[in-house]
Design a protein around this ligand. Structure first.
Ligand code: HEC
Length: 97
């Protein structure tokens, strides 16, 4: 019985570490690739970049815009992996007010 409890706790903590890594990864990608146009808080608006705090795009649309680009927004599908795009999409949603 104790063993089961232990395995349960272990699995839970692994999941948590993974989620934290994704957030940290998303933040780091944002700082390196997106911040110069969007600003650290998402509001800079360089070259007409959308205010990410006001963005209300659904996850699928977010992934699409980041992957394929749109007007002044560069496409990232060749420079970021699918997982990286998902991490950065999750991160920018955390900038919303
Ligand atoms: C060269 C400047 C530039 C960089 C770098 C850049 N963006 Fe953009 N982004 C833009 C512009 C300009 C738009 C507005 C596009 C439009 O008007 O259709 C935009 C729009 C967006 C949108 C759409 C928001 C909405 O609600 O319509 C998202 C999401 C986004 N960017 C995310 C990112 C992410 C994530 C990165 C980094 C991987 C990034 N951007 C890097 C310029 C940039």
């Amino acid at each position: 019985m104790k063993t089961f409890l232990y395995i349960g706790l272990l699995t839970a903590s692994i999941h948590q570490t993974k989620a934290q890594n994704n957030t940290a990864e998303g933040k780091s990608i944002f700082e390196h690739k997106c911040q110069r146009c969007h600003g650290s808080d998402g509001t800079k608006g360089l070259f007409g970049a959308k205010n990410l705090q006001l963005s209300r795009l659904e996850n699928t649309e977010l992934i699409l815009v980041i992957s394929k680009g749109r007007r002044g927004m560069p496409r990232w599908e060749k420079r970021l992996s699918q997982t990286e795009i998902e991490s950065v999409a999750t991160y920018i949603k955390s900038l919303r007010k």
